[in-house]
Design a binder for this molecule. Structure first.
Ligand SMILES: Cc1ncc(COP(=O)(O)O)c(C=O)c1O
Length: 427
């Protein structure tokens, strides 16, 4: 079947709210490459939105899923439990930041992990309030939307949202927001909107993902921890996009000398299978009453089997080191282009969580048009890139960390050519 035919059937059968970026349809994928139904090949720097850090169809993940298929595919963990769930919880408890006792509960999507982290924080503190940040993205469920700090397209037409959610500006020096500004805004929330004694949690992304790949400054994360300690507030790190070697460490929080009380994980946890989790201090995780957490598919055995394989692959193939090595190469390429491309306003990101921000030549006004051109040209030349940022002026690079050298070099050559050609069009 051809792409054009599928597109017209899609338009007739599925709602436009499920926005689709590409006009071609996947037929198969292998590591960092993907082929459409017409046989066209693409290099996949989207990795299913940060899900395939271990690449498409890693043989170890396939073997783990096949083995699980031969045993059982679903019992509902809350009805008939299985060892692999418990063992995965043990592994994550041991590897998440902090040497205190931890517990982990599994869910299916990132948004569900976020929802449950808030439920757990409220149950543990007996408080309703949550503070999140502008530019943050936490999912498309009602609480996920309420916490998300970006209106279009996520919140349009979907309110009212759960109450007692407040936003403070996320530090972003490039756009004139310092750490001091952010902290002052939180103090102001405590004066103007909510008594800190009514705040259950502060939730933040160690590196904002959808919001534009802005890393949280170390002094900001330290200050959040201090603020939480002072007021009995829980600190939640949303590691849904940053986790599992993407930033050059297993978790982005490993870059900070701060330990969160709760952490949400998903995406690359199970290398393409739907699985998420909340990892946290044991006594906090136990605050919810039995039956309060879970879900029919939560901790699906096929996804759990895949996650065990993912953790092994990260260790065996040294994917944290590889994330940093490859991320540094993307950054070096972009920095080398900076003298010829005045639109490159910033190149940033830890490990392999790299982004380039485009602004109007030489200034600080976001250039969404230039960014779109880079993305479109790249797609035409067979490289799948994702755009992010509140102003849609950031290209993020989410290559599988297992990508072959030759494929990576090919992608770098395409990237260079499309950025240079976009300047020529802009001139
Ligand atoms: C930081 C963060 N939190 C939560 C989510 C929501 O995850 P999901 O789309 O699996 O519900 C995302 C998705 O992009 C995310 O990046």
């Amino acid at each position: 079947m051809k792409n054009a035919e599928l597109k017209s059937r899609k338009d007739a059968a599925t709602p436009r709210g499920v926005g689709v970026m590409c006009d071609f349809y996947a037929e198969r994928a292998e590591n960092a490459e993907l082929w459409d139904v017409e046989g066209r090949r693409f290099i996949d720097f989207a990795a299913g939105i940060a899900v395939c850090n271990t690449g498409h169809r890693h043989p170890k993940i396939l073997a783990a899923i096949r083995d699980q298929l031969d045993h059982f595919t679903h019992t509902a963990y809350q009805i008939v439990p299985y060892a692999s769930y418990v063992e995965l919880a043990e592994k994550l408890n041991a590897r998440a930041p902090g040497d205190h006792p931890k517990k982990t509960a599994f869910f299916t999507t990132g948004a569900e992990a976020v929802e449950n982290a808030i439920k757990i924080a409220r149950a543990a503190t007996g408080r309703p309030g949550v503070i999140a940040f502008t530019g943050g993205f936490h999912g498309r469920t009602l609480m996920g939307m309420a916490l998300t700090g970006k209106v279009a397209p996520y919140k349009i037409g979907f309110g009212p949202f759960p109450s007692d959610v407040f936003h403070a500006p996320f530090p972003n020096p490039l756009h004139g927001v310092t750490t001091a500004d952010s902290l002052k805004a939180i103090e102001f929330l405590f004066k103007a909107d909510i008594d800190p004694k009514r705040v259950a949690a502060i939730i933040f992304e160690p590196v904002q993902g959808e919001g534009g790949f802005y890393p949280a400054p170390a002094e900001f994360v330290r200050a959040l921890r201090k603020l939480c300690n002072e007021h009995g507030i829980l600190l939640i790190a949303d590691e849904v996009q940053t986790g599992f070697a993407r930033t050059g460490k297993l978790f982005a929080m490993n870059h900070y000398d701060v330990v969160p009380d709760l952490m949400t994980v998903a995406k690359s946890l199970a290398g393409g299978m739907p699985l998420s989790g909340v990892i946290g201090r044991a006594e906090i995780m136990d605050a919810a009453a039995p039956g309060g957490l879970g879900g029919t598919y939560a901790g699906n055995p096929l996804a759990v089997a895949a996650a065990h394989a993912v953790l092994d692959i990260i260790d065996e193939e040294k994917l944290c080191e590889r994330a940093t090595l490859l991320g540094d190469r993307v950054k070096a390429k972009l920095v080398s282009l900076q003298s010829e491309v005045p639109q490159i306003a910033d190149v940033r990101g830890p490990g392999g969580m790299v982004a380039v921000e485009f602004c109007k030549a030489g200034g600080s006004e976001p250039d969404a048009e230039f960014t779109k051109r880079v993305q479109t040209l790249a797609l035409e030349r067979g490289l799948l890139l994702l755009v992010c940022g509140v102003y849609s002026n950031v290209v993020r690079f989410l290559f599988p960390l297992t990508i072959q050298e030759t494929v990576f070099d090919e992608a770098m050559a395409i990237l260079e050519s499309v950025i240079k050609d976009s300047v020529a069009v802009a001139a």
